[in-house]
Design a protein. Structure first.
Length: 139
């Protein structure tokens, strides 16, 4: 496992570009393909925007921590998101029924569903009053 690189940043949608630049810099160091980079960017955006939008009450905006590291065999990128916001396990909710039309489906859940489908592994745990969501993608 290579060294973990971490960004601590206020959980605000205005910081999304900084988060994507941070992740992209690490991915480019590892010569990720454009397709892999775009797939990971969609997942990172979905997760960070959810943290920024829902983890904290508006009057108590907190921070998010994003860590990126690579595993060698098979070559895999791991991206971990941590926040101290309200408890929320995005994997506990049932996947949306994508056979229904958009008008028939319940609102919410489609973003994390896309993340789960596009990543090789997605894990959640609550530890020390923090939400920790880790996504992994084989490169």
């Amino acid at each position: 496992m290579t060294e973990r690189t971490t960004l601590n940043i206020p959980a605000s949608i205005e910081n999304l570009d900084s988060v994507l630049e941070f992740v992209d810099a690490r991915l480019e160091e590892e010569n990720c393909s454009l397709k892999e980079l775009m797939t990971l960017n969609v997942a990172v955006e979905e997760i960070f925007v959810n943290i920024a939008s829902y983890a904290y009450k508006s009057e108590e905006k907190g921070d998010a921590q994003i860590s990126v590291w690579f595993e060698e065999d098979p070559k895999t990128v791991s991206i971990e998101f941590r926040d101290s916001g309200v408890y929320f396990d995005p994997l506990a909710k049932d996947d949306p029924d994508v056979t229904l039309s958009a008008a028939e489906r319940q609102i919410g859940g489609l973003g994390i569903f896309m993340v789960k489908k596009s990543m090789d592994d997605v894990q959640y745990k609550r530890e020390n009053d923090q939400n920790i969501l880790t996504i992994r993608k084989k490169l």
